[in-house]
Write a protein that binds this ligand. Sequence first.
Ligand SMILES: *Cc1c(COP(=O)(O)O)cnc(C)c1O
Length: 378
Amino acid sequence: MHQIIEFIRQTFNTQDFIPLHEPRFIGNEKKYLNDCIDTTYVSSVGKYVDEFESQIAHYIGSKYAVATVNGTSALHIALKLANVSQGDEVITQPLTFIATCNAISYCQASPVFVDVDIDTLGMSPHALEQFLEKHCQRINNQCHNRTTGKIIKACVPMHTFGHPCRIEEIKTICDDWYITVIEDAAESLGSYYKGRHTGTFGKLGTLSFNGNKIITSGGGGAIVTDDEALAKKAKHLTTTAKIPHPYEYVHDETGYNYRLPNINAALLVAQLENLENFLRSKRELARIYSSYFANTEIQFIKEPQSSSSNYWLQAVMLKDEKQRNEFLEYTNKNGVMTRPIWRLMNKLEMYKNCQCSDLKNSKYLEERVVNIPSSVRI
Ligand SMILES: *Cc1c(COP(=O)(O)O)cnc(C)c1O
């Protein structure tokens, strides 16, 4: 254990506390922020929002992007655009950050949890297909859950820590069952599955630019899609559903104040200029960790086959729960921050009665996976 601490200290070249993930502002951030302040365009009007939306769409290869205040609001609106409403069900994975489930709850729908694959840490197409065949029925181009009597409207797979899940296979299955795929790509900007950027396989994809993500605006998010009508609707709903007019305030439905302020977009435009550097640094860190842990009892988690991961958060797999707890205790006590993967969503009070497939892989990973320091090194 002591050797691991020493190795991580040497890798980050410091004897101080090492956080899990720190943002880096090493480019034009201050310049663009000053521009916002000098021109007074700090809020909902300004050139950086448009600039960022077009740059991020171009980067990931989707036709449209709509910036939002955070990733959770992006998911909320994406689910609404998929017509998820009161009493519906949405399939997702139990191994995810709470935001995925919160957004489902905001639509007054409930999650259904299917298991993940061990190698991707993301939704298993096999578990998904088995679940649908066992419990569901196609009626009038909708997926009816025979067990709960509800309609499954959408499926939200997530690319855990930046490692792509088998999204192409998941999309094929969902198409076959009339289920809309919304990809939670909050953690996977810069990650590709079979050469295609994550977030572009589903009807809609969502991104997050929270403080701990690979690029950040403090808080921010985006909805991406190739569907022009959905993109327009996303912009409308996130802009209080105001009908564009030079001075009149008329709104045609209940909208949301989910627009990203120009000042946050300015940060993102600067951060995006450094994304390739960040990706290179994280890949190099993964290589360093991987060769170090190869000589230990601890397994470093590498990008799955057929994919290129952004290695946003680096992760290791411990032998069992006991060894995991010892590892967490020792590292955190010694100023090296580490964190276990999330508690499974179906164990939380709000979701304890939700339907689940057999979750053996999720449980296995929950007991063993730990994130280790992952910041871009300077
Ligand atoms: C970060 C994250 C989100 C969005 O979080 P916000 O803080 O609202 O931007 C959504 N899903 C996952 C899996 C995340 O990691």
